[in-house]
Design a protein around this ligand. Structure first.
Ligand SMILES: [Zn+2]
Ligand SMILES: [Zn+2]
Ligand SMILES: [Zn+2]
Length: 421
């Protein structure tokens, strides 16, 4: 299936390659390397905090208002920082909130913690540590989304219609099972996914090659951005042409997937077995892989690691792997994908040298790369439009016909322990 641009095909947008927007290497005032999670330099004890809008980890000194901070060497700075209200909580959040000159901020929580609608019951022994793992993964996710320029707005107090929120919950005996999934801007995560033994048990039982907290979050947020960026935008028809018609009955599709296993030809058509279950899942899986690649390649580049240094001959993907053959960004995208193929092959080999599972246990097909290119084009389009895409008349009509004008029935993942990475 070689894609031909249709009249509906949105115009390409020139935007920087997303991996170039993500920097993961930082230095303390003492010159030593410090890392995304650090709240203090272990060498010189300088306090550190992450400014998500600047995508930088900053060495800090006290600001002139009590409880505020400024970057080291900028004592006269007008914009002050406070620490996130979850700094001293089990979430151990090291993110900073921007304040005015009087030290006032709009929210007590950072842009990642401010998405929390439900957090686990912290009086249950062990939950503090599990929640901390969730928040660490969530900060990684949110920092990437913000660095890319995608809109991350809280459904709780910033955008009740189109915003995002998280329920991190656990099943209790006699109560309903908590299902990991996305519905109408709310991502539910079963806290069991933060328990290594339980998650690994499920992964083995489901014969999945990869199951992580971060993978879950990237997948579920893919459903959220499908609603935001594809469903009511000019991308809907091109999406259907490439991924299939998402109006196919979702519940039946998942039942079929779990009863019969994935389509036998999934390796040629999809990025993962689960992606073959339904067009929504194909999108969410492709989106998650795209975020994996952007973060990992951005991190590699931040530390001067390049696949150009890798002694490995791979057959490169060429124009046939593009979803729009004459996309002006096509060559840059192909370079990105081919970088990933080289780098991930070496990372897998390094993991094997340590007796660890492969870092990226997937093989990309031409069709899967085409879908990744489609995700890339949607992201580039959104970045070029300030993170939001205008609704089309056709999409509005369709929404009205489908559900009487109510928001689209959102995707959800399958039964809780079966939900994909
Ligand atoms: Zn230091
Ligand atoms: Zn926070
Ligand atoms: Zn899903």
């Amino acid at each position: 299936m070689n894609p031909r641009p249709s009249a509906l095909e949105p115009q390409p947008v020139a935007a920087p390659m997303p991996a170039a927007l993500l920097r993961r290497a930082y230095r303390c005032r003492c010159g030593r390397p410090v890392f995304f999670r650090n709240s203090v330099c272990l060498a010189c004890e300088t306090p550190l905090g992450y400014d998500p809008r600047a995508a930088r980890l900053l060495p800090l000194e006290p600001g002139r208002v009590d409880g505020t901070w400024v970057p080291v060497g900028e004592p006269g700075r007008r914009v002050l920082y406070r620490r996130c209200g979850n700094f001293a909580s089990p979430a151990a959040c090291n993110w900073l909130i921007r304040c005015d000159a009087q030290g006032r901020s709009a929210q007590p929580l950072c842009p990642s913690c401010n998405l929390n609608r439900t957090i686990p019951d912290l009086t249950v022994p062990g939950n503090e540590l599990l929640w901390q793992k969730v928040e660490i993964a969530k900060r990684r996710l949110v920092s990437e989304l913000m660095a890319l320029g995608l809109q991350v707005r809280s459904r709780l107090n910033e955008d009740p219609e189109r915003g995002l929120a998280f329920d991190v919950m656990q099943s209790v005996p006699g109560g309903p099972a908590v299902m990991t999934g996305h519905a109408d801007g709310v991502i539910t995560l079963n806290l069991d996914e933060a328990d290594d033994a339980k998650r690994e048990g499920t992964r083995a039982q489901m014969q999945e090659p990869y199951r992580t907290l971060l993978g879950h979050l990237r997948h579920e947020v893919g459903h959220y951005y499908w609603d935001r960026l594809v469903f009511r935008s000019h991308w809907l028809e091109p999406f259907r042409a490439l991924f299939g018609d998402e109006r196919e009955d979702y519940g039946e599709a998942l039942q079929r997937h779990y009863a019969n296993g994935p389509r036998p030809d999934w390796p040629q058509r999809h990025v993962s077995a689960y992606a073959s279950s339904h067009p929504w899942e194909d999108w969410a899986e492709s989106w998650a892989h795209y975020l994996h690649m952007v973060d990992t390649l951005g991190t590699a580049a931040s530390f001067g690691v390049s696949s150009a240094d890798v002694e490995l001959q791979c057959e490169p993907f060429v124009e046939t792997a593009l979803s729009l053959p004459d996309d002006p960004q096509g060559p840059a995208f192909l370079a990105f994908i081919n970088d990933w193929v080289g780098l991930s092959a070496v990372l897998n080999e390094l993991a094997r040298s340590m007796g660890q599972p492969d870092l990226y246990p997937f093989v990309l097909s031409v069709d899967a790369v085409r879908k990744l290119h489609f995700v890339h084009r949607v992201v580039a389009d959104a970045i070029g439009h300030g993170g939001e895409l205008p609704e089309t008349d056709a999409a509005q009509d369709e929404a009205a016909v489908e559900d009487g004008g109510a928001p689209a029935q959102p995707p959800e993942t399958g039964p809780a322990p079966l939900s994909p990475a």
